[in-house]
Design a protein around this ligand. Structure first.
Ligand code: IFM
Length: 447
């Protein structure tokens, strides 16, 4: 592990480029695989797309002012690779970098710490057309992009996330086809795609560290399976921890141990990925932090019954995700116990509800407040037990484009009217502002 853990704790919010920016044809941006996917009939609910989204590309100052008003301390956004390198490699689009440079300056002027994610799914279409993540070359292209971004922004951005949610990229894009490239591949191809994504993480980490002027704090953002123990008996906790290690090992073992899990490798038979000499050493870069995107725990583990699917017994959000408020605590604890991490951020957590502005011009999203109140107790517990949790980034700041599910699934603490693009902070935004104010150490002691 590297010796550069963050100190203090950051309360923030998160978004990603394609989900909020819009302006897909502006500022020299190239096309991404999501632009193309959204044009396929039936691919996205009601033929929607991120073409306009929240228009954050033009309204970022208003959005940053809103964040400052709420006392937000950190903002996790993603850089759109096709804005920076419209063809994926080669020509650098300075206007794209200028946008992020202004955004970062705007955050710092408002006292908000930027956390930049390099890849939140919007692969340049030019790379998608020559194999995308099937191709090893895409991992090298990612390293070139990481270098370009760090050279220009690495004097001001300290917190860098390489890739967002490898499991979702692999599963939705290459197993079930609900995200681009929209395919259902056989096991060997799926394993190869995952390997290239892990390689991109390793190469990207190296490139960031080599190019950034300010020493970067670098981590992967993952969305682990979080098996919860049925009771807090030693046996149930151990069963859940084992399940956590087993269910997430195909990514965490290469990153933190420099190897694929032996049992997994054996089970793949002829479907193992091609792993070249040196790949695993490249993937196992020292990590400054691990980002955990956790919305729910899908399973309950008990010593007697193993990992059982019990989620239908719990109340659910609008996406039918079971509400299991202890998930943040268990995810943090197990990730740390299994891999001994220097720092962990909850890089996403939140819930979708069909929020609407009422006759008084307000959004009474009390279900979200209940969700947050329950989940943030898990943060309190993790901190009280001394786990190295360094921040919580609520998903999402704005209602936005929820990928293939379109705009109806609203995750924001700020409501967006997608006709007028008007922003209305919800009741949960006021609640979160209050929570931040009462749960923060004095500013000087923060990260
Ligand atoms: O909107 C997504 C985000 O892009 C990745 N993590 C999960 C969120 C909610 O589905």
């Amino acid at each position: 592990m590297s010796d550069h853990p963050s100190t203090g704790f950051l309360w923030g919010t998160a978004t990603s480029a394609y989900q909020v920016e819009g302006a897909v044809d502006e500022g020299g941006r190239g096309r991404s695989i999501w632009d193309e996917f959204c044009e396929r009939p039936g691919a996205v609910v009601d033929g929607q797309s991120g073409r306009v989204a929240c228009d954050h590309f033009h309204r970022w100052e208003e959005d940053l002012d809103l964040m400052r008003g709420l006392g937000i301390q950190a903002y996790r956004f993603s850089i759109a690779w096709p804005r920076v390198l419209p063809e994926g490699t080669g020509h650098v689009n300075e206007r794209g970098l200028d946008f992020y440079s202004r955004l970062v300056d705007g955050l710092l002027e408002r006292g908000i710490e930027p956390m930049a994610t390099l890849y939140h799914w919007d692969l340049p279409l030019a790379l998608g057309e020559v194999g995308g993540w099937h191709s090893r070359e895409t991992a090298h292209a990612f390293a070139e992009y990481a270098r370009v971004a760090a050279e220009r922004l690495g004097d001001r951005i300290r917190l860098w996330a390489t890739l967002n949610e490898i499991p979702v990229i692999v599963h939705e894009g290459h197993c079930v086809g609900t995200h681009p490239p929209g395919e259902r591949c056989e096991a060997q191809v799926i394993n190869q795609v995952r390997h290239h994504l892990l390689l991109a993480h390793g190469l990207g980490t190296q490139a960031l560290r080599a190019a950034a002027r300010k020493r970067p704090s670098v981590g992967l953002v993952d969305c682990p399976h979080v098996p919860e123990p049925l009771t807090e008996s030693e046996g149930d906790i151990a069963a859940a921890r084992d399940a956590f290690e087993r269910m997430n090992g195909v990514r965490f073992d290469p990153v933190f141990r420099g190897r694929y899990p032996a049992a997994w490798w054996e089970a793949q038979g002829a479907s193992v990925p091609e792993v070249r000499d040196g790949d695993l050493a490249t993937i196992q870069q020292p990590q400054d932090f691990l980002g955990l995107n956790v919305y729910s725990s899908w399973n309950v583990a008990s010593a007697e019954r193993g990992v059982c699917q019990l989620e239908t017994h719990f109340p659910q959000t609008d996406l039918q995700w079971p509400i299991m408020p202890d998930c943040l605590y268990w995810a943090t604890r197990f990730a740390h116990e299994v891999h001994g991490l220097p720092a962990i951020f909850i890089t996403e957590n939140g819930c979708a509800y069909p929020d609407q502005v009422n006759g008084r011009g307000e959004v009474d999203d009390f279900a979200r407040i209940a969700y947050l109140r329950g989940h943030l107790r898990g943060v309190d517990r993790a901190l009280a037990e001394g786990l190295p949790l360094r921040g919580y980034l609520l998903w999402s700041f704005l209602d936005n484009f929820e990928w293939a599910k379109g705009y109806a699934k609203r995750f924001g603490i700020v409501h967006v009217n997608f006709e007028t693009l008007r922003r209305t902070p919800k009741a949960s935004a006021r609640w979160y502002a209050q929570h931040i104010a009462t749960h923060s150490p004095p500013r000087a002691e923060r990260a």
